[in-house]
Design a protein around this ligand. Structure first.
Ligand code: MGD
Ligand code: SF4
Length: 715
């Protein structure tokens, strides 16, 4: 009934950090009617169930937000753009006049286009002079970003997806790749089928779909993985499976304060002998040694990880140590050998990490705390020296805490649904209600329900911009259709807000193309150089990986080695993020999580995604196929635990943690581990984040969504 496809357009999937290339089929009325994987893109035509139903999500215009809304006498009522923007500007100006620029903030998203996050960051830090710029990538990637930066001196992975085709051992830790990055998992399985020597090790407390395909699955006790990694390093060195030449030439060992020797490192690891830590880890010494042997003895080992490692109170230490495993064994900087942190969101890397849109950062790896970095950005942005506040702003959790404490008076929230996605949700929702909250979204969400002003945003191909995913690949999404009603792109909203706040001169670039031109020029003053990545090239090519310093440069698959434009000629490895070109192996001790089991709370709750839903489900729950596939969210228990607790499938249970309690339906599955219960967070009728702990890593400030002690009882 929609008619045949009149034209196919290359694009990128809207949802996850895999960044699959898709082909969008438009009919003669310029309506999106078909979608398929792009054979020429890195995903070679493979897409998952979410990507393949993007057309259905985009077709839903009945439920879209199409007019601004303002809260009047407790109710959201329709308003004109002019009234909404006037109100927002007045409120922000009043707060700044009364309590200073630190009383206002911006909470963004790893799903906005790079041009949008870049503009918001510049407006707040160089214009309004508030460093309260943070967003949902803090909840997902912050530990990986800090981990890479500490180890290599620069953020973003050294390797690429292409390494999957060359690896002989896959070390998947804290990643349910099968459900969360399906085309990459398929690529791993194709590699395994092509070569019988290829082995897969999965480290996960749950027997996930990914674990079902493993040659070795170690179901560690939640919160203890650092014991395993240090123990594997102990074993690798004990077995002589390390690369002496690489260690001597390319690594510094460091205890967090100063450089130490390899011998000191060995002494540090002596506390992690497999036999001594096996019980606390929940895995036998034999299996630890087996994992270490498989890791060290393969021709090329590739680690892949995501939230199971990042969302932890030791997220940074875990990331450091994973990088260390590759450095010590020399499994780095060659095809198939690399530590590759997978990204959760479609633009957490390019949009937020690279643009520096977090409260402690400035673009292209610069830090607020460093005067030289602030001065560089002040010069590049053409503002007076001393404009950028030297104090980092609030990270995500502390931003919501500042709302509760009435320190943050106004906040602009774009493209994210924190009322459902932050941990200890009831506590922070109270703050969202207190604060003057402006929310730009495409559908009604738990957060728009709490907002003082709701702004209708344009979605995906209703606007234009760049996404940058896991492997430093930048890809362009072109505008193909108009947004519904009065919806506007986030970039237009930010441009108008800047103008009204008096920063129209600072935010001169108002179209995606112009912002990109400014930003790519700016990148050429850094080691993130992507000056050569133009819109014109991106329209033709299937994404380009930076560094890419000039328009005739093909992009860089592997960093810190030959082929990387920043590696001096004749050098095989050079970690140029560090002054002496050497990467750092840190001595990172394991610390027990505060969330410990007790008689009162004898189970570990862990949370995450399922294959057919995206995050808080605002977009994917509206698609019938996806809704039917996932059903409603439940608390998933092992049959042994269910029996002990007298619970049957479908029963209502009470879940209680130190943060709160909630009710939810029970599902029973042999794939769960006894003692560990699981819940996804896509369902507003099952707000698991009410009970999830908001403890966080002290350095990355990323919350530990993966380990909460709970009790479960029949209600
Ligand atoms: P999303 O559902 O991705 O969730 O949490 P959120 O970012 O809060 O929200 C994106 C919103 O953007 C949606 O409401 C969508 O309708 C809207 N939107 C889509 N396109 C546009 C656009 O172009 N412009 C605007 N203005 N809006 C748009 C994700 C967060 O959740 C993340 S990143 C992680 S990693 C955490 N993971 C996690 C977990 O593992 N467990 C638990 N329990 N909670 C978690 N919460 C975190
Ligand atoms: Fe989209 Fe991610 Fe699925 Fe690829 S794997 S189609 S990017 S949701």
């Amino acid at each position: 009934d929609e008619g045949p496809v009149a034209k196919w357009h290359k694009s990128v999937c809207r949802y996850c950090g895999t960044g699959c290339g898709v082909m969008l089929g438009m009919n003669k009325d310029k309506k999106l009617v078909r979608i398929r994987g792009d054979q020429e893109a890195h995903n070679k035509g493979v897409i998952c169930i979410k990507g393949s139903t993007l057309d259905k999500m985009m077709a839903n215009r009945e439920q879209r937000l199409t007019k601004p809304m303002i809260r009047k006498e407790g109710k959201l009522v329709e308003a004109s753009w002019d009234d909404a923007m006037t109100l927002i500007t007045n409120k922000f100006k009043e707060a700044i006049a009364a309590s200073g620029p630190e009383s206002v903030g911006y909470y963004g998203s790893g799903q906005l286009y790079a041009e949008e996050s870049y503009t918001a960051n510049k407006l707040f830090k160089a214009g309004i002079q508030s460093n309260n710029v943070d967003g949902n990538p803090r909840l997902c990637m912050a530990s990986a970003a800090v981990g890479y930066t500490q180890t290599f001196g620069k953020d973003e992975p050294p390797g690429a997806y292409e390494d999957i085709d060359h690896a002989e051992c896959f070390f998947l830790i804290g990643s349910n790749t099968y459900e969360c990055h399906p085309p990459l998992f398929e690529r791993i399985m194709i590699r395994k089928k092509s070569n019988p020597k290829v082995k897969i090790i999965v480290i996960d407390p749950r027997r996930t779909k990914t674990a079902e395909h493993a040659d070795l699955h170690l179901a560690v006790i939640p919160g203890t993985d650092l014991l395993l990694l240090n123990s594997m390093l102990y074993t690798l060195i004990e077995m002589g499976l390390y690369d002496n030449e690489f260690v001597n030439e390319h690594i510094n060992f460091n205890d967090g304060k100063q450089n130490v020797s390899f011998e000191d490192y060995k002494k540090f690891l002596a506390d992690y002998k497999p036999e001594d830590i096996a019980e606390e880890l929940g895995v036998s010494a034999r299996e630890i040694r087996r994992a270490a042997y498989m890791f060290g003895n393969s021709k090329a080992t590739m680690s892949l990880w995501t939230m199971g490692i990042n969302q932890r109170i030791q997220g940074v230490f875990l990331n450091n140590t994973l990088n260390s495993m590759h450095l010590v064994t020399g499994h780095i900087n060659r095809p198939g050998a690399t530590p590759l942190s997978l990204t959760g969101q479609c633009n957490a890397c390019g949009g937020v990490r690279d643009t520096g849109s977090l409260s402690h950062m400035l673009p292209n790896g610069r830090l607020i705390a460093k005067e030289q970095h602030r001065n560089e950005m002040e010069e590049l942005w053409g503002v007076k020296k001393g404009t950028i506040n030297p104090k980092p702003g609030y990270d995500a959790i502390n931003m919501f805490k500042a709302m509760v404490e009435d320190k943050l008076k106004c906040c602009l929230v774009m493209c994210t649904n924190p009322a459902q996605s932050v941990p200890n949700a009831d506590y922070y929702r109270e703050g969202m209600e207190k604060c003057f909250l402006v929310v730009a979204d495409v559908f009604e969400t738990e957060t728009t329900k709490l907002a003082d002003v709701v702004l209708p945003a344009a979605l995906y191909i209703e606007k234009e911009g760049v996404y940058g995913q896991t492997e430093r690949r930048y890809q362009l999404i072109e505008k193909l259709i108009d947004p519904p009603g009065e919806a506007r792109s986030d970039l237009e909203i930010l441009g108008e807000f800047a103008e009204r706040m008096g920063y129209g001169g600072l935010i001169k670039a108002r179209t995606p193309h112009d912002v990109w031109e400014e930003y790519r020029e700016l990148s050429s003053h850094s080691k993130y150089n992507f000056k050569g990545i133009t819109y014109e090239r991106l329209k033709e090519e299937r994404g380009i990986q930076w560094p890419c310093p000039s328009e005739d440069h093909p992009g860089t698959v592997r960093r810190y080695t030959e082929g990387d434009p920043f590696v001096p000629k004749g050098k095989k490895h050079y970690f140029y993020g560090k002054p002496d070109g050497k990467a750092v192996v840190f001595l990172r001790p394991y610390i027990k999580t505060k969330e410990q089991l007790s008689e009162q709370r004898p189970l570990f709750l862990t949370t995450g995604r399922v294959i057919s839903q995206w995050h808080t489900g605002t977009m994917t729950r509206l698609v019938d196929e996806l809704k039917n596939s996932s059903g409603d969210a439940c608390l998933v228990l092992h049959p042994e635990d269910a029996l002990k607790l007298g619970l049957k499938e479908g029963d209502m249970a009470k879940i209680d943690s130190s943060r709160g309690e909630m009710m939810g339906k029970v599902k029973i599955s042999e794939n769960e581990t006894p003692g560990v219960v699981f819940a996804a967070f896509y369902d507003p009728n099952f707000l698991v984040n009410k009970v999830v702990s908001d403890d966080y890593d002290p350095v990355s400030k990323e919350p530990a969504y993966k380990v909460t002690a709970v009790s479960v009882s029949k209600s």
